[in-house]
Write a protein that binds this ligand. Sequence first.
Ligand code: SAH
Length: 344
Amino acid sequence: MLSDFSFEEMKEYVVKLGLPAFRGEQIFNAIYSGKTLEEITNIPKALKEIIKDDYPNYKILKKFVSRDGTQKFIIEFGDGNIVESVLMKYKYGYTVCLSSQVGCRMGCKFCASTLNGLARNLSSGEILGQLLLINREIGGSEKNRQITNIVLMGSGEPLDNFENVCKFIDMISSSRGLNISQRNISLSTCGLVDKIELLAEKRYNISLTISLHATLDEKRAEVMPIANRYKISEIIEGCKNYYQKTKRRIYFEYTLIKGVNDANDDAVRLSKLLKNLNAHVNIIPLNEVKERDLKGTTRLEAYKFADLLKSYGVSATVRRTMGEDIAGACGQLRNKIIKDANKK
Ligand code: SAH
């Protein structure tokens, strides 16, 4: 698909077709403006005919607006697969939460993205496409970027789709690709240690977020199968190396699940694990997924957990939950759409 190409690759592509390089720039600009092929007015019909099978055909299938202003989009790709992407408005601008895979194979018990397993990886251009469609939807274009921040925290495990996610980061942060600062990009992972090592080699200025969610390996394995592969101690070691190489502060996600990881002892252990790591912990009460019988804590309990962490010298905040009335947590909306479609 043509949205997989960088600016240079697009020019090479048209030159190979025997056309002048500026045609590549025109196609590139049209894609970054979120235009459909039909909407392009400055390239000849014959060229449209040549590129039509490769021109991006992803589209916004549905849009849901939450009472708090959060918007959730269901985006459909050419093969009929759908993902969800979320737009959140903060004081400093718009943040978009993107999916990196269709479904997920990590199997976390609390997460709706994983209920149907992994369908397939998204290409770099499909990850990008979510952003370009939403940018256009809120009045942006290739020259007028509305979105300031990106979080790779939608469905999928970004580091399980390593090459495509890295290419996406390269493309979106390049001066010819919306020029979004790497400092404004967060990547969240359940902790694939070997991939964290590879990511460190890229020397990106992105923020790395680790979904830890437990302080004991046995407890972690109860809710996150990946814990059978990597120990918490290995993840922390990987983070230390990552920090040494990139000097970027590391963030930890800690979803509070009642009776699983919310004890005072957990806060004590977590503070010990994170000692000497310039880390910040984001705490969020579980957003309950009805297919699973895990329960969240109250927000008050979350604040208490955060206070306890802070009393042990760990920087921590309770995350705002957004879009709860529109199936806010990862993968919930996609599942609902798939289920509703199956009912018909
Ligand atoms: N696979 C990546 C990114 C996707 S999930 C990862 O594991 O980090 C983004 C974050 O939302 C993760 O921290 C994930 O554990 C969390 N999450 C998923 N489902 C949730 C739910 N129902 N309630 C609260 N947090 C959830």
